[in-house]
Design a protein around this ligand. Structure first.
Ligand code: ATP
Length: 478
């Protein structure tokens, strides 16, 4: 493998990389950087923790140093924390250039963001919603001359999940020049390839790491089969074991809802584990503060929803625990990718109930890896079961006495108003949809029942036909 100079990077950038311990290009850097430097659009699909960020940051900085102006580059990313992380890479690597960056994300002051945008920063790193808001509400900045549009976690930006970026992306695309370089990166690009091709239209250079598995070899992937009621006891037992055995380990625990995140955090704190949480119902400043404390190892355990599943690069994370089995293999790949990064080792443990076994099968199929059972002394888990479950219940009661659910409802309503929708009308629409869905379900169920009855009837008829033959045969043999 060559070095960064042979890929076309200037000496100052190579020196800057060395200072950060980035000496040899990783395969995604080795393959994508020359194409980007040549001026081509690029789609890069490589495993988690393989250096995709530097694969786009370095060529952009190289080109920016040749023709510095603002706004030169726009990076879009699905989460606010990730936007800060990417901006930091630009800032550190681009320091000798005096690079000016600007972070445009929700939950932060819009006026100061607008001011920063009007000062023509070299690089803007943004989440789509807030950037689209700025475009809709002001004309104090222009992106008509940008040279690079980068979509990090591009498949997430284009998928229509619970946070749907489509409308915001349309607004953003509307002010970007057609003549630009578009770079798309993710560890899971292949599912959304067609949509991506419509964005990177300029005959993109496509690179995907060739490997049998979609997760890294350094990751030890385990599961624990547990009844739902014993899950939390397993969790407490696992954390106790890890913290007894290792001083310098950090753990990320993923769970499915903000409320669960909050309850688990309260519960683990009752057991004196240094725990902190990250989810979308927290104030943005709190989110940043918690993440910083976790990064600095002030807290060793982070409990998060999937808002932390993608992109976060925290080298001390040695263990990822999935408190719920992710419903999609893609989410599993990103979650467990928070450990075993940049060649380090790591462990992931997924708690699997009897209802999740099919999910594990599809994860294994997609990642082309077999998850191994994690050995646990069941006796030890049963010893703490009652205590853990009582503590959880107490935490649930404590949370219910706060306005957590109410806040959730208010947040939902606020979001709808921001989207220009009437929350009451939306609630009515939702109820009607639910009614139609239920009717459809009932109808489907009835049809299935009648098909079943028909089948049974046919089978009976067949059996009746066979029976006289049997009798005849018996008579013949007699
Ligand atoms: N050539 C290199 N040599 C050594 N370390 C590197 C190199 N390039 C990047 N790194 C480091 O590897 C780590 C992971 O990189 P990065 O966050 O870009 O991964 P990624 O591929 O974007 O992962 P994800 O898919 O999870 O977002 C970072 O800490 C980064 O500084």
């Amino acid at each position: 493998m060559g070095d960064f100079s042979s890929l076309g990077l200037s000496d100052w950038l190579v020196k800057q990389c060395k200072q950060l311990g980035i000496n040899k290009p990783t395969p995604v850097q080795q393959n994508c950087m020359p194409a980007i430097l040549e001026g081509r659009d690029c789609m890069g699909c490589a495993k988690t923790g393989s250096g995709k960020t530097a694969a786009f940051v370095l060529p952009v900085l190289q080109k920016l140093s040749e023709e510095p102006y603002g706004i030169f580059c726009l990076v879009l990313t699905p989460t606010r924390e990730l936007a800060y992380q990417i901006a930091e890479q630009f800032r550190v690597l681009g320091k000798p250039l005096g690079l000016r960056d600007c972070i445009i994300v929700g939950g932060m002051d819009m006026v100061s963001q607008a001011l920063e945008l009007s000062n023509k920063p070299h690089v803007v790193v943004a989440t789509p919603g807030r950037l689209a808001d700025h475009i809709r509400s002001s004309n104090t900045f222009s992106m008509s001359k940008i040279q690079f549009l980068i979509m990090d976690e591009a498949d997430r930006l284009l998928e229509q999940g619970c946070t749907d970026f489509t409308k915001d992306l349309e607004v953003i695309m509307g002010i970007l020049p057609a003549k630009r370089q578009t770079l798309l990166f993710s560890a899971t690009l292949t599912d959304t390839l067609q949509e991506l091709k419509s964005i990177a239209m300029n005959k993109p250079f496509f690179w995907e790491s060739t490997s049998e598995t979609r997760t890294v070899e350094e990751l030890d992937q385990r599961y624990i089969l547990t009844p739902e009621k014993v899950k939390d006891a397993y969790l407490v037992h696992l954390i106790q074991t890890f913290t007894d055995e290792h001083d310098d380990w950090s753990i990320i625990i993923f769970t499915n809802t903000c409320k669960n995140c909050q309850i688990l955090t309260m519960m683990l704190r009752e057991f004196n584990f240094p725990t902190i949480s990250l989810h979308s119902m927290m104030k943005q400043k709190q989110r940043f503060a918690n993440l910083s404390k976790f990064k600095a190892s002030v807290y060793k355990i982070l409990i998060a929803t999937d808002v932390a599943a993608r992109g976060l690069d925290i080298p001390t994370v040695q263990v990822v625990i999935n408190h719920n089995t992710p419903g999609l293999p893609k989410i599993y790949i990103h979650r467990v990718g928070r450990t075993a990064r940049a060649g380090r080792n790591g462990v992931s443990i997924t708690l699997v109930t009897q209802y999740d076994i099919h999910l594990v099968h599809s994860i294994e199929e997609q990642t082309e890896t077999k998850l191994k059972e994690y050995p646990v002394e069941e006796k030890e888990v049963l010893k703490i079961l009652t205590q853990v479950n009582v503590t959880r219940r107490q935490c649930e009661i404590k949370l219910e006495s706060t306005d957590f659910d109410e806040k959730k409802e208010i947040n939902k309503r606020k979001q709808l108003i921001l989207e220009g929708k009437d929350p009451d009308l939306e609630a009515k629409r939702k109820a009607e949809l639910e009614k139609i869905r239920n009717q459809k379900k009932k109808f489907k169920h009835k049809i299935q029942e009648s098909i079943q009855r028909q089948k049974q009837g046919q089978q009976k008829k067949k059996q009746m036909k066979r029976k006289p033959n049997k009798k005849k045969a018996e008579q013949a043999t007699a």
